[in-house]
Design a protein around this ligand. Structure first.
Ligand code: PLP
Length: 399
């Protein structure tokens, strides 16, 4: 292996770049997870983690990838044979459905074209037809990482309420939490599923369930077998900052710091930063004459942009050119979209100049790989960012 000078650009839509401050926070001896120092760490984390979710109730933390938190959300609230309504937003919604099937649930999948978010009206119509209330939960992926489309969670809540249906609302925010505006309590979500490796800027290895009173109540009678994921085993030790089994202590050091960093920047500013970078990226894609996969402007993701390859294929060869020449990883197209798209991650610890490095790498890669495009995408993004940076000063001058 030869040495590559400079930092690798990890511009996949998660795992994201881990900031030095978090790396330093984790580079500390592991402590007794039943001792007083751990208790202080746990209490600090449990005291502040709800804010990122917009949740006043419990947030359970698992030493697991996001898939574990998917499973936890289902096994804690549902019983064998329960019907669940899921929406096919893309690859990750499909995986969650498969997981539900393996657990012995009966998922009903509303078909999607992988270019839009979930359709709240279609969910409402299906629930309105379910007079016997056989559907026990509605599961939606907030930000579909495989497509870059966002689903309207508040509208899904309104559709459930309008149908007067008691189903629980379970939402996957694995690639939106800490990047895209999200409100667990305000939007009436019952279980929010999240992971450490994207907007929270941590390495993979932690995942989360934020839960409502209604979900906690459902967990008391839910019949699916569970042990490692059981919320009731977590509740009591969590109250004192502890866990029922050996926690991922060093990742929790990182989480403590990540939550501070989000608080210091301010969640509103974090979301605005992601919105700005996504808009600048789309300006670049448009200037290149390429097409964004997400076909609904209102659903464009602020954490990633999926770009369609002109001619319909060759995305993997293009990504290889970018990796080989510029040491930058771009996200691959998954399953149905394999080789047809590439995904630009612009989430997590990311600023205007990281975006410009990323888009410059994409533009140089397009040229080197011989992909048909127009020059000037990076310039269009630069103009967008420069205008956004000048905005506060112009507003102040006008006042
Ligand atoms: N859901 C979404 C939206 C994701 O993006 C991912 C992973 O990228 C997952 C679920 C699965 O999470 P994990 O790979 O951490 O198990």
């Amino acid at each position: 292996m030869t040495h590559q000078a400079g930092r690798h650009f990890l511009q996949i839509p998660g795992p994201t770049n881990v900031p030095d401050r978090i790396l330093r926070a984790m580079d500390y001896p592991t402590i007794d997870h039943r001792g007083p120092d751990f208790r202080a760490l746990g209490e600090r984390i449990f005291g502040k983690i709800g804010k990122v979710f917009g949740a006043a109730g419990p947030v359970f933390i698992y030493p697991a990838s996001g898939t574990g938190a998917w499973e936890a959300a289902l096994v804690n609230t549902l019983s064998p044979g329960d019907r669940v309504l899921m929406f096919e937003t893309g690859h990750f919604a499909t995986l969650w459905k498969k997981l539900a099937e393996r657990l012995g649930l009966k998922p009903e999948f509303i078909e999607g074209d992988w270019r839009h978010g979930a359709d709240a009206d279609a969910i409402g119509e299906r629930l309105a037809a379910d007079n016997a209330h056989e559907i026990k939960a509605v599961c939606v992926v907030h930000n579909e990482t495989s497509t870059g489309c966002v689903s309207p969670i508040a509208a899904v809540r309104r559709a459930i309420d309008a149908a007067n249906h008691p189903a629980l609302l379970l939402v996957d925010t694995i690639s939106s939490l800490g990047s895209i505006d999200y409100r667990h309590d305000e939007w009436g979500v019952d279980v929010t599923v999240a992971g450490s490796q994207k907007g929270l800027m941590l390495p993979p290895g932690l995942s989360f369930n934020a839960v409502s009173e209604k979900a906690l109540e459902a967990s008391k009678t839910a019949g699916l077998a569970r042990s490692y994921w059981a919320w009731d085993e977590m509740l009591e030790p969590n109250r004192n900052g502890f866990f029922p089994y050996t926690p991922a202590t060093n990742l929790l050091y990182g989480l403590d710091t990540a939550l501070d960093m989000l608080e210091e920047e301010g969640l509103a500013e974090v979301f605005a930063r992601h919105d700005r970078h996504a808009a600048a990226t789309r300006a670049a894609v448009e200037a290149w004459g390429l097409e964004v996969l997400c076909a609904d402007e209102a659903a464009h993701s602020s954490s990633l942009t999926a770009v369609m390859m002109p001619g319909g294929k060759g995305a993997d060869a293009f990504r290889k050119v970018v990796l080989d020449h510029f040491d930058m990883s771009l996200g691959a197209g998954l399953t149905k979209l394999a080789d047809r798209i590439f995904r630009i991650g612009h989430l997590g610890d990311f600023n205007d100049l990281t975006l410009m490095g990323t888009l410059s790498g994409v533009e140089m890669g397009l040229k080197l790989a011989g992909v048909e495009h127009r020059a000037g995408g990076a310039q269009a993004a630069l103009d967008h960012l420069a205008a956004a940076a000048a905005e506060p000063a112009m507003r102040a001058a006008a006042e």
